[in-house]
Design a protein. Structure first.
Length: 312
């Protein structure tokens, strides 16, 4: 059976850095509270950049690193809940900007913070039937668009950014993935359009508990599916939502934190973008070496969750 190989990654973040002290000037909070409860020190908010610009920049980097051109892309998927336009989709805007071929279908996936994992597994299923060998996957959000900057329970958490990967369907490449959904509109939601302002609302405690229970179970199920042990995984790349969630998952799984990549301190929670941004940083820092086992795990609005295990 075919699995996915990642040929190249890219990322793009807005220039404007917003520190915890900046937010504390607007809402009643403090740097100490935010750092101790979330691990976040700063995030990026777009000031003028569109999601299309960030997505295109991340995609171009990924294609360059993969050594592929538009003619190699047979599927273009964009995971986002904050597209620039309602229609055409964000993926179509990307398709136009990049000059992708007409036999390359392009569409958006809305699965909250699990979006990139949904995109990976969709590509794994669809790519063998596509006309060209590679898929372009982008996870990107301008969450600042739907964040109430006067709500201290959410505005401290979220950030903007985009990450991308070029993947190829490869005969014999190891690939194990699981996706799940439990329909729930009370834990994490943004209503609209037609319900302006369509701000993000969250029952933080509920999402926190959901993540701590679901993610270790998901990891266990993936390992069982692959017939592998947790110690055989070189890197756990989790959705970056809260440092305490990363710590809690590591503890429950009895895996040292050193094997969990973490960058939440710099970007906050960029939803569907956190995992591809993390992979790109890890590749750039040469933390990822050929043959290593990677497990990516995501969770978020839906409620949705998803995991993928593959070799670098
Ligand atoms: O991407 C997936 C989606 N999101 C997540 O995964 C987020 C999951 N949840 C979390 O990360 C945490 O629940 C939060 C970081 C959102 C909140 O941390 P918490 O430890 O669960 O705090 P809490 O909601 O239980 O609130 C504790 C207190 C409350 O005050 P009282 O009622 O104890 O007086 C809040 O009003 O902290 C207060 N509080 C704040 N204080 C200072 C809430 N937000 C803030 C704030 N600054 N920004």
């Amino acid at each position: 059976m075919n699995g996915l190989s990642i040929l190249g990654t890219g990322r793009s973040l807005p220039d404007h850095i917003v520190t915890n002290d900046d937010l504390a000037r607007r809402v009643e909070t403090s740097n100490d509270w935010i750092v101790s409860r979330t691990g976040i020190r700063e995030r990026r908010f777009a000031q003028g950049e569109t999601l299309t610009q960030l997505a295109v920049a991340a995609a171009r980097r990924a294609m360059e690193r993969a050594g592929v051109g538009p003619q190699d892309i047979g599927l273009c998927l964009m995971a986002t809940v904050t597209p620039d336009w309602i229609t055409p989709s964000q993926a179509c805007l990307l398709h136009q900007e990049l000059g992708l071929p007409e036999d390359c279908p392009a569409f958006d996936l809305s699965a909250g913070c699990t979006g990139f994992l949904y995109a990976m597994e969709t590509a794994a299923a669809m790519l063998p039937r596509m006309a060209r060998p590679c898929a372009l996957l982008v996870g990107g959000e301008l969450l600042s668009r739907i964040t109430d900057m006067d709500d201290r329970s959410t505005c401290i958490l979220f950030g903007d950014g985009a990450g991308a990967a070029v993947v190829k369907s490869t005969e014999g490449a190891p690939w194990h993935a699981l996706l799940g959904t439990r329909g729930n509109r009370e834990a994490l939601w943004a209503a609209g359009p037609g319900n302006h302002p369509a701000y993000l609302h969250m029952n933080g405690q509920e999402v926190f508990q959901f993540a701590l229970k679901t993610v270790p179970e998901l990891a266990r199920s993936l390992l069982d599916k692959a017939g592998m042990d947790r110690d055989q995984i070189d890197w756990y790349v989790l959705h970056q939502a809260n440092h305490r969630i990363l710590e809690g998952v590591a503890k429950r799984m009895k895996v040292p934190m050193e094997r969990f990549y973490e960058n939440i301190g710099r970007y906050g929670n960029t939803s569907a973008a956190t995992i591809p941004i993390a992979l790109d940083e890890m590749a750039e820092q040469e933390l990822l070496r050929p043959g290593q086992w990677i497990m990516c795990l995501g969770f978020g609005a839906g409620l949705t969750w998803g995991g993928a295990m593959f070799r670098w």
